[in-house]
Design a protein around this ligand. Sequence first.
Ligand code: S3P
Length: 171
Amino acid sequence: MSTLSPNKNLILIGMMGCGKSTCGRLLARHLQREAVDMDALIQMRQGRSISDIFAAEGETFFRDLESALVNELSQRTGLVISTGGGVILREENVRTLRESGRVVWLNRSADHIFDSVDMAGRPLAQAGKQDFLRRFAQREPLYRRAAHIIVEDFSSPEATVRNILSRCGCL
Ligand code: S3P
């Protein structure tokens, strides 16, 4: 795979809790790029949490904010973007993100995520493990289709990041 050029973004996708924000920060530091966490930016601009947005306005309102932010960030270059786990649900988001850079899927086991990550603040992870696993199974082909690169090594955030950097020709 060719070296990630400076005018391309590096975009992390994957199930909630898979480590997109942590890896995004580490990647940005390593590449001396700006890190953008989409959920954090949406919360800051809205002045309320993701849970509050979902509760007050519903999922479609949130998805519209998310799509608008995908369009905005895709006009920029050289970013490391940590997306929200559901960004792949809209085909136009996927098309736009793929055109703006290299899309990396952190394919961490949903089973392991649910057992080890604090799901507070994630409205779509409140209905129990079976629901979470079912949601992952529905999304799995969408993540796969969206990804240029699939990462499955999660021994540590640093190892994951090294793997991504090497596959992007940045090591
Ligand atoms: C969502 C994931 C969340 C957030 C929202 C919806 C999803 O982001 O965007 O709660 O549909 O998977 P994280 O992946 O950062 O938890």
